[in-house]
Design a binder for this molecule. Structure first.
Ligand code: ACO
Length: 696
């Protein structure tokens, strides 16, 4: 994408002599920020614009053009693209709005635009965008009001308006960018191209993105996963996908909300997920200017108790730790701090602290090898010289490889201190919680970097058997599997199932029950009865022959009465599985990311608390373990109050088997295994009930 970011020549088609017009602003921006390449305004109505010779069209320009910026009304855009083709231009930014975003004729026009550029081998940013900026080549090919400072954040955004706001904010905060790109409608170039380009860009240390949608989830994940091992990708995603709106018949489908797939994908790719614009920039500032912490151990240095406790609480809710500092460090601190100071983390150097006290304390803390990162809090007391303290911190930061994050609380008095930090690349935040959030995100990213290569396993399964079942379901013009089929599918993927015998007479039911062993469960087997319990098609806890006979009669008459047309294949007599934790596993499908696996504890945990974890297929061993640990009710699986731990390896195996199945059979639209009864450690898990919906 070199012609976009470092072009030798730029033409602006639609450049205007009239102030206030977008074509005027773009040309002015290109000219006023020291871009050193050739600039060609194109406008048929004038000879010069802003002192530059203007050309009536692209073809009249005698020299080759690397980049064309298009700012003419929508009906003229295609003609300009044809000229680009003729002139061998390969990189175009279309600013013009009125395409897909307006629907109808606009969508049609965008389709034609895409067709034209594909045929011509042109790469395109936009349409409907603000333009692009590269601070290394001093190119501001946008109509933004201002030029960002040079820095190490590469930013792209699907919203042009947000670009403008962020640029203004960043100028106020002294935050610099390497690249600044408004993606617009993403008719051709998408976030994937930009992540790739920024991965190789030596000026970009942090990739920052605002997205409303991702169209090619699979490629996005592949690219993001490898790039995030090189440099951090911080992303905010807004808006919902249509996938969330679809009617789901399984638990898993119903629990897969609109952003579930994005959340899962970001986790799997090591993307630092910001949940607000504020968070996006808290993270960006910290990642762009500070080294990553080597571990989770943070020391808080403060001149007041309250903020120290607030920061400590925030650490407690995060993955960070607040260890005690070394004994020798305490001794050193005692030699110059007043006895009323607190020598244990948070280290409170109390209200009359001076800049000298901060400096000496920080020297001790930064040298302490039990500490990985330092959070410096300050409230503006009369005793403190803000500027001196900030300067001392800047000097110390130059000689350490530990990240330093600051929060000088207040506004008017601390402002000069913040300014010093901003000028010297020390992240500074108004509130301790933001500082902790930044450090936590950095530590998590460090963990991602430390993670070994993901392990994907495949096990021997009976694919032909499952293929045959799905084919027969489709032949019968069904999309839902009956239980017996669902059980066979699971068996083919090595799940252990509760004992089960399909019967069609009372007598056979009784002998099946005695073969399985009491107590038993009986369930209707019918392709037309999906909600078996609701229809009176299930009886549990059957202890003897008489109860089995009664259940057989009740179930058949309930179904005949309530669903007279239902086809009945018989009644399943099943073992009553007890003595384990009930969990739910499932498959659902996302339009952009494809199949996802869900895991959670069964019963109220899934129904009321919606305490579930999702991952996109294929799920690695590490992802499966992370899913298990991610749910809030995980301590119940680990064992509480003397209860034995559940067989976590059996859960992992089940998640991986389901992931393999979803990959092998994309025709599975939704599936639930509910419940999977997980026995204590080493004793495995038993699938009791399952349902599958396949593409008809
Ligand atoms: N070749 C060269 N120049 C041409 C051509 C052509 N084929 N056709 C027209 N021009 C010239 C015009 O003569 C005019 O120059 P002039 O001012 O000297 O007469 C200039 O190009 C612009 O054409 P206009 O017809 O005056 O169009 P205008 O400038 O009003 O609008 C624009 C063009 C800006 C592209 C408009 O159609 C548009 O899309 N505006 C919205 C842009 C937008 O919002 N993008 C998303 C931004 S992201 C965000 O939300 C912040």
């Amino acid at each position: 994408m070199d012609h976009f970011f470092n072009p030798k020549s730029v033409a602006i088609v639609g450049a205007s002599t009239k102030q206030g017009k977008i074509g005027y602003d773009i040309l002015k921006n290109i000219l006023q920020y020291s871009y050193s390449g050739a600039v060609y305004p194109v406008n048929p109505r004038t000879d010069t614009i802003l002192g530059q010779k203007a050309f009536p069209d692209l073809l009249s320009i005698p020299d080759p053009i690397d980049l064309v910026i298009v700012s003419v009304p929508p009906p003229r855009v295609l003609d300009v693209i044809r000229q680009c083709k003729e002139k061998d231009v390969d990189s175009v930014v279309v600013i013009t709005a009125g395409f897909k975003e307006v629907g109808g004729a606009g969508s049609h026009l965008e389709e034609e635009l895409v067709k034209e550029i594909k045929e011509a081998g042109i790469r395109l940013i936009g349409p409907n965008c603000l333009g692009i900026i590269d601070t290394a080549s001093f190119l501001n090919a946008s109509f933004a009001a201002g030029m960002p400072l040079a820095g190490h954040i590469g930013f792209f955004s699907q919203s042009g308006a947000l670009c403008v706001a962020i640029l203004d904010w960043a100028l106020g905060e002294n935050i610099g960018f390497s690249k600044f790109i408004s993606l617009g409608n993403k008719a051709d170039i998408t976030e994937i191209d930009l992540i790739r380009a920024m991965a190789d860009d030596e000026n970009t240390r942090v990739i920052l993105g605002y997205l409303e949608s991702i169209e090619d989830g699979h490629t996005f994940m592949n690219v993001a996963q490898s790039v995030s091992k090189k440099k951090p990708i911080i992303m905010i995603k807004s808006g919902t996908t249509s996938a969330g709106a679809k009617a789901a018949s399984s638990h898993t489908g119903a629990l897969a909300g609109s952003n579930t797939a994005y959340n899962a994908a970001f986790k799997q790719c090591g993307i630092v997920h910001a949940h607000s614009i504020q968070e996006l920039f808290v993270y960006a500032t910290a990642f762009a200017s500070q080294p990553l912490p080597k571990g989770p151990r943070v020391a808080i240095v403060t001149n007041s108790g309250g903020p120290g406790i607030i920061a400590a609480d925030a650490c407690d809710l995060s993955d960070l730790e607040l260890p005690s500092i070394k004994k020798e460090s305490v001794e050193r601190l005692r030699s110059f701090l007043p006895p009323t100071a607190s020598f244990y983390n948070p280290i409170d150097i109390i209200g009359d602290a001076t800049s000298e006290r901060y400096k000496k304390t920080l020297e001790v803390i930064l040298a302490d090898d039990l500490i990985d990162a330092v959070l410096i809090l300050l409230t503006p007391t009369a005793a403190i010289d803000i500027v001196e303290t900030a300067e001392a911190i800047v000097a110390l930061a130059k000689n350490t490889d530990k990240p330093i994050i600051t929060s000088f609380m207040g506004e008017r008095k601390v402002r000069p201190g913040r300014k010093i930090f901003q000028d010297n690349g020390i992240p500074t935040f108004g509130y301790p919680e933001e500082a902790v959030a930044a450090l936590n995100a950095m530590f998590r990213y460090r963990q991602w970097l430390n993670q070994p290569e993901k392990e994907f396993v495949r096990v021997e399964v009976a694919i032909p058997k499952v293929r045959q079942i799905f084919a027969s379901v489709t032949e019968q013009k069904r999309s839902d599997l009956i239980e017996i089929e669902a059980r066979e599918v699971l068996e083919a993927y090595n799940f252990t199932l509760s004992k089960n015998i399909l019967v069609n007479t009372t007598k056979k039911a009784v002998s099946a029950a005695s073969e399985i062993g009491y107590p038993v469960v009986m369930k209707i087997a019918s392709p037309d009865v999906l909600h078996k319990s609701d229809m009176g098609g299930v009886r549990a806890g059957l202890e003897n022959e008489r109860m089995v006979e009664e259940a057989f009669f009740d179930i058949t008459s309930n179904i005949r009465q309530r669903l007279p047309n239902a086809r009945i294949m018989g009644i399943s007599v099943q073992e009553m599985v007890r003595g384990g934790r009930e969990v739910i596993l499932g498959i659902s499908n996302d339009i952009q990311f494809g199949p996802m696996i869900m895991f959670g504890l069964g019963g109220i945990y899934v129904e009321v608390l919606k305490d579930v974890a999702f991952r996109i297929v294929p799920v690695s061993v590490e992802d499966a373990d992370a899913m298990i640990r991610e749910i809030r009710s995980f301590p119940l699986l680990r064992g509480v109050r003397g209860e034995p731990a559940a067989d976590l390896l059996a859960i992992r195996k089940s998640i991986l088997a389901l992931s393999q199945m979803a990959l092998d059979f994309p025709e599975i639209i939704e599936a639930d295994i509910n419940p999977l009864v997980v026995r204590p450690e080493g004793k495995g898990a038993v699938a009791v009930d399952a349902r599958f919906t396949v593409q008809e």
